[in-house]
Design a protein around this ligand. Structure first.
Ligand SMILES: Cc1cc2nc3c(=O)[nH]c(=O)nc-3n(C[C@H](O)[C@H](O)[C@H](O)COP(=O)(O)OP(=O)(O)OC[C@H]3O[C@@H](n4cnc5c(N)ncnc54)[C@H](O)[C@@H]3O)c2cc1C
Length: 472
């Protein structure tokens, strides 16, 4: 079997470069490990919001570039960040030509104009992907691909890269127990990262990998990073991840993930560990809190504390899938008590310490001086609110890993690099398994879909030799 290019993985990161290359006349195949018609993957499960560090993907390029560099604590590769920033508008136009329909929505109250694949998911608990925008658009991309002579080869698990004289020349795969050697002038690794691989989570994120929630499709096994490393590609910049915080029962109750999550409510209240102390800056938002939980000695030991005013107001009742009341409707227990001492007793944390933690936090809000708190508190999207109004509520937490950060080092064309910085000829990487855009002290997250969209388009164009329009 021989193609001009193959994608390893059939999410947006694999379909988009294949569609673009097929459009330019190349012979292409998408090699997808799963065999289901509408195979499960993050692209299909996603909410479909194309944002870049929380900003609309079509925002002004310099603003996007700065957001990526600031958000990642200058951890991002400037060339790759620039490529994302400068091609946001163009990729939405190209995707629209491919049949994508977008609706505009505010992702958060302070962010209008987000492009969301239509129709968006409903305000319901658990997964809601069938016939939603991302699912429909994946079907459309596959149709476009096959209309142009390309193929999606389901049930094809890629196991290794074929490398000859330092050049990637294809892949080795299995399908229905048969070993396949597939020659390709270009291979795009687009396997969705390693959020579903406990061993790699233990290696790169937390040794307590069995105590974090896999908030992603089952295919994200980390194959792409491992096969690229074995082939001699540069890999790195692991440690942080994109995720959200959830009710702890989401570990066993599928109705409690991916929605509702508790990020917004937690930005208004406090997270405490089993000792009753705060341990993280809740104001930095859900991705930071999710990372902080993962790094606790027991990631399943933290609790969210709010009062009745927080629990009954915006944002707890107004986010896309509001935690109050959907969390309880989905079976998540809310522990409620008339006073803090009783609450502490019910959740098993030292009452005096919890009371003192809350007093200090309330004083910081009243004086608008957070500098004396042992663990700092910043204000980002939602203001911290005092914990004063009974009854008081506690929610046991877990952390959900949605997208891993770090992996294959790439350049602005999505070409994989070797450890000496030179290009790895024939090898590309798109989407979650790439390094060099995210992370840093605040676990800065460039939206997963935007990475798939833009890097996918750029990879397809580079492989096809299509001149890339310069941003004017
Ligand atoms: C619930 C949820 C909501 C989300 N919402 C948003 C959002 O609103 N905005 C946003 O920006 N991001 C969102 N994301 C993240 C976003 O969906 C992903 O970052 C993006 O879709 C990743 O696309 P991908 O193609 O790289 O990976 P995937 O869509 O995961 O596709 C990878 C594919 O590769 C296949 N594969 C794996 N290994 C192999 C192998 N060895 N051989 C062959 N095939 C293989 C897998 O089976 C899978 O089908 C969300 C994610 C989830 C889970």
């Amino acid at each position: 079997m021989q193609f001009d290019m193959v994608s390893v993985g059939g999410g947006f990161s694999g379909l988009i470069p294949a569609c673009r290359a097929a459009e330019a006349g190349l012979s292409v195949a998408v090699l997808e490990a799963r065999s289901e018609g509408r195979y499960p993957c993050s692209s299909r499960y996603s909410t479909g919001v194309a944002n870049v560090m929380g900003l609309p993907i079509m925002a002004e390029p310099d603003r996007l570039f700065r957001a990526i560099m600031d958000g990642s604590g200058e951890n991002a590769h400037p060339g790759v960040a620039r490529a994302i920033a400068e091609n946001g508008k163009r990729v939405i136009e190209w995707l629209s030509q491919q049949g994508a329909t977008f609706t505009q929505r505010a992702l958060h109250h302070d962010q209008s104009g987000q492009q969301v694949l239509a129709p968006p998911r409903r305000a319901t608990v658990g997964l809601d992907w069938e016939d939603r925008g991302p699912d429909l658009f994946m079907q459309r991309l596959e149709k476009n691909l096959t209309d142009r002579g390309g193929a999606v080869m389901r049930g094809t698990n890629v196991e290794a890269l074929a490398v000859k004289d330092g050049v990637c020349v294809g892949v080795e795969a299995t399908r229905d127990g048969e070993e396949l050697r597939i020659a390709a002038k270009a291979v795009v690794i687009a396997d969705g990262g390693f959020a579903a691989n406990r061993e790699m989570i233990a290696q790169y994120i937390t040794p307590n990998a069995d105590r974090v929630l896999c908030r992603v499709g089952p295919g994200a096994k980390g194959d792409g990073i491992r096969m690229a490393e074995r082939a001699g590609a540069a890999i790195g910049r692991f440690g942080a991840f994109y995720g959200h915080i959830h009710h702890r029962d989401a570990m066993t109750n599928a109705r409690l993930w991916p929605y509702p999550h508790l990020d917004a409510a937690a930005e208004c209240g406090i997270l405490v560990g089993p000792d009753g102390h705060r341990f993280t800056d809740e104001g930095r938002g859900g991705v930071c809190m999710a990372n902080a939980l993962a790094h606790l000695s027991d990631p399943l030991s933290a609790v969210l504390i709010v009062d009745d005013a927080i629990w009954k107001q915006e944002p707890a009742i107004t986010t896309t899938v509001p935690a109050n009341p959907t969390m309880m409707e989905a079976g998540g227990k809310l522990t409620t008590a008339p006073d803090i001492a009783t609450l502490a007793g019910e959740i098993g944390v030292p009452a005096k310490v919890l009371a003192q933690t809350i007093v200090e936090y309330n004083e910081a809000i009243a004086s608008n001086d957070f500098t004396r708190l042992t663990v700092p508190r910043s204000v980002r999207r939602h203001k911290p609110m005092p914990i004063l109004t009974p009854p008081f509520h506690a929610i046991p937490l877990c952390t959900g890993v949605t997208g891993t950060m770090g992996g294959i080092v790439i350049n602005e064309h999505a070409q994989a690099l070797k450890p000496d910085g030179s290009v790895f000829p024939g090898l590309y990487a798109v989407g979650t398994p790439v390094a060099g855009l995210e992370g840093g002290p605040r676990a800065g997250y460039v939206g997963g879909i935007s990475k798939s969209f833009v890097l996918g388009l750029l990879a397809g164009e580079h492989i096809a030799g299509v001149p890339i329009p310069k941003f004017a």
